[in-house]
Design a protein around this ligand. Structure first.
Ligand SMILES: [Mg+2]
Length: 467
């Protein structure tokens, strides 16, 4: 159990007069008080306990969570997305948790790093950065977050308070809209990697059905608006032709009365000429930003110059080492921060400072994730002043009851999510749910996502789009 911090280790006696206080202060300012006790001797009990805190074990648990057949330029999702959970145990009996990207390669990297963390202080997580970043920024991000969660639990502070305090209590997210097949499509239900008892019809994994036309997308976007209150709407493009995707944005715009900001992201599968041609058609729409229409910083910079549109990326500026080239090519106005790509929440805070110098704003990128990452994204959104654009999240694609945290899925209201109240991340892993998701990982045989192969199950003639 934690000791309670005393108010002051050596309180002033009640008879200490103002004159005595002034004399003491003057002496201290001239260095005359040289008899002070060594710092360690006057540390509050809680501080001494913090200094003696040591990591005693690091547990990595790969999990598989249900993923509907949503589409993008790289193929189709499903039947599961993978994540790695990190739990850091300490000699204080506290456990810090995190969730990072999935896949066996990352699982092994984290498992290989774990023994070197044992015996170290979780307060010193920066010392782990160099080695872990070599393995993967997502490996460092997973360990950093678990250490920060642990420190929050130890001190009683929320993660956002540890990181400098929230500049906002609610974080805005956008509606992340994917073309898709129905959750009970035969290509899903016949997938040999599917090991849960998904069914057809009303009890299918989710209720959205097939969405492969502008009209169907406009309807789903409207339903997302009704259900979660999103005010910003992002179309994941690169699935239909550019012409059909422009029509889709137009249909969404008509459904929203022409006033709600729209985004389009074809994952860099268009040429510069196509991107410029599409841009001409976007000028009549309330475009929030134009995301990664083309591949690479030079091409993005050219589209930005030729169109004058506000551009964003989660593809050509995804880690700090990309920043020098971005100064040269000026590819974007908005960078989608991702603590798993950039390497931790603290690095994303540094990205915010850099963004100020560049005149950029920030948003957040999302891969499929569960509630622990959701909580981390809310905390990050709360503490980075430059994060002024509504963030992406896949959380809406994780059906209720399938998250790994204790209790229901974290709520989205009016397109916003509140910073959780509890210490650290403010969420806890539910051991029973984690056990089910780990068992699913083992039985499915999925060790990484191969979305192009999954897409071929729906359309044997599918080829990676290039327009
Ligand atoms: Mg993107």
């Amino acid at each position: 159990m934690l000791a309670t911090a005393s108010v002051h280790p050596n309180p002033l006696p009640m008879s200490f007069t103002r004159r005595q206080w002034l004399a003491t202060a003057a002496a201290a300012s001239t260095g005359l008080l040289s008899h002070r006790a060594p710092a360690a001797a006057v540390l509050p009990a809680a501080a001494r306990e913090h200094r003696s805190l040591k990591i005693t074990a690091v547990r990595i648990t790969p999990v598989a969570l249900p993923d509907p057949p949503i589409l993008y330029a790289g193929g189709a999702h499903g039947p599961y997305f993978l994540r790695n959970l990190v739990e850091i145990e300490t000699n204080a009996g506290l456990v810090g948790i995190s969730e990072t990207r999935g896949g066996e390669t990352l699982t092994r990297a984290l498992e290989a790093a774990a023994p070197s963390l044992v015996g170290q202080s979780p307060f010193a997580f920066r010392a782990f950065e160099a080695a872990l970043m070599k393995a993967s920024p997502a490996a460092y991000a997973g360990i950093e977050l678990a250490c920060l969660d642990l420190i929050g639990r130890l001190t009683g502070l929320r993660l956002c308070e540890l990181l400098g305090g929230p500049v906002r209590d609610r974080v805005e997210f956008c509606s992340y809209l994917f073309f898709r097949y129905a959750a009970d499509h035969p290509a899903v239900l016949d997938d040999p990697q599917l090991v849960d008892a998904r069914v057809r019809g009303e009890n299918a994994l989710d209720p959205w059905g097939e969405v492969l036309t502008p009209e169907a997308m406009a309807e789903m976007a409207w339903q997302f608006r009704q259900k979660w209150g999103f005010r910003f709407h992002k179309l994941k493009a690169g699935v239909l032709t550019p012409e059909a995707e422009i029509e889709t944005l137009q249909a969404m715009n008509a459904r929203f009365g022409g006033v709600e900001p729209l985004r389009i992201d074809p994952n860099a599968c268009w040429s510069v000429d196509t991107a410029v041609r599409v841009a001409d058609r976007l000028r009549d729409l309330p475009l929030d930003y134009y995301e990664d229409p083309v591949s690479g910083q030079e091409a993005m910079g050219e589209v930005r110059r030729r169109t004058g549109l506000k551009m964003s990326t989660n593809m050509c500026v995804t880690r700090m080492s990309h920043l020098p080239d971005a100064v040269r090519h000026q590819p974007v106005d908005i960078v989608l921060a991702d603590h798993h790509s950039f390497g931790g929440l603290t690095t994303c805070q540094a990205l915010g400072t850099f963004a100020d110098a560049m005149g950029w704003s920030l948003s957040q990128h999302s891969n499929n994730h569960a509630g622990v990452t959701m909580a981390a994204m809310i905390h990050l959104g709360a503490v980075v002043p430059q994060l002024t654009y509504a963030s992406d999240t896949h959380y809406v694609w994780l059906p209720e009851g399938h998250d790994l945290i204790v209790g229901p899925n974290l709520p989205i209201k009016d397109g916003h999510m509140r910073v959780p109240d509890g210490p650290g991340l403010g969420v806890d892993l539910d051991p029973a749910k984690v056990a089910v998701a780990h068992e699913r990982y083992l039985r499915s045989g999925m060790r990484r996502r191969i979305d192009a192969e999954k897409m071929l199950r729906f359309d044997p003639n599918w080829k990676r789009p290039r327009y």
